[in-house]
Ligand binder design. Sequence first.
Ligand code: NDP
Length: 405
Amino acid sequence: MEASAAARENVAVFGSTGSIGTSTLDVLDRNKERYAVAALTANTNVELIFQQCLKFKPAMAAMASVEAGAELALRLKHAGCKTQVLKSPDALSQIAADRSVQTVMAAIVGFAGLQSTITAAMHGKRILLANKEAMVVAGEILNQAARTGDACIIPVDSEHNAIFQCLPESNRCDTAKTLHGGVTSLVLTASGGPFREYAADQMQSITLEEALSHPNWEMGRKVTIDSATLMNKGLEVIEASYLFGIEESMIEVVVHPESTIHSMVRYVDGSVLAQLGQPDMRTPIANALAWPDRIDAGVAPLDFVSLGSLHFAAPDVDRFPCLALARRALRQGNGATGVLNAANEVSVEQFVNGRIHFTDIARVNAHALDNFSPTAPQNVDDLFSIDQLTRQFALEYIDREVSVI
Ligand code: NDP
């Protein structure tokens, strides 16, 4: 028998129509006795969120696009579904702050996920953080919001969730952000992406289709392209630094093409703790949802015999300059990480639109970082201003000097 909604944990899924959002709903569906879906949000995909509302019957839904929100409301009304579609411009924040919501899956892609994640932190929610860009652009402000609101941020990104699982218990939800317990460094693993073995002179002609074919993971478009440029690993270095309170020099990156070890923690006594599993995001999602418990994620067990062997290599920062750019931005602080993130969102979009070459993504990002040095952001308004100004700057640079069409 299903438990009543009141007895279950109320989860709001931000970005429910995306890759992480749909995987989250799959895990929630497998664990209906424990979780209720309180709210769903998306940008424009009315058809999918409509189906999700019919299935999960959330009390609230919201769309970032006004037209899409109106269409969803109409369709739900005709279908007799009681889900209320919130239509105000701050509907996402309203949901993140709603008293009925206990847990927030932050799975909107990019800077667009920032405001709702900060609101959830200020309101003391349990935040399952997939939206790495929020931590990249706003690490200090987001951590401060979590301290103020007494919120717990649990990483969903597979590498950070792996580290979360390998850290000493006392560090897992530590808002003071001071690593102890003998940790000497974090080791992020990287698949290396589809172009790991490409020669430098092959990189410029990489097509969108090639960049979207990740060898191991099925993910949304933006994170897949970030994985191909290794910007994703760079963003993850920044994310790890703010999530776990560890400086840049103590975060290693190692290429591990099988994506079986999701990341590791080194200890002072020479021990290295690793978390292993299938490359299936339902594992870190289930871990973040249920921690400190364990729940079914629908993931097949790892078969070591068919796996055979595991390989490791150093990342090539000459062919993949985005990784070094991210380390540089992290050393400079949150103003610079905001610049790098905004430039990268623009350059990835322009690559998707066919306006720049694959290798221009790093070129545009480097140009923004070289020429734009904002003062350290003090509040959310500063973060929005850095984001806007950098987007404009990067677009102008592309129009003027980089665009091929
Ligand atoms: P997708 O592109 O698959 O999904 C993005 C979601 O965000 C969709 O629901 C989309 O709605 C919504 N969205 C897009 N733009 C806006 C906007 N402007 N305002 C509000 N909502 C918006 O992304 P992923 O699921 O792949 O990634 C989500 C986050 O998780 C990213 O930060 C990514 O880096 C991170 N992540 C993803 C992993 C993965 O395996 N996919 C792994 C680790 C981290 P709509 O469908 O209507 O456009």
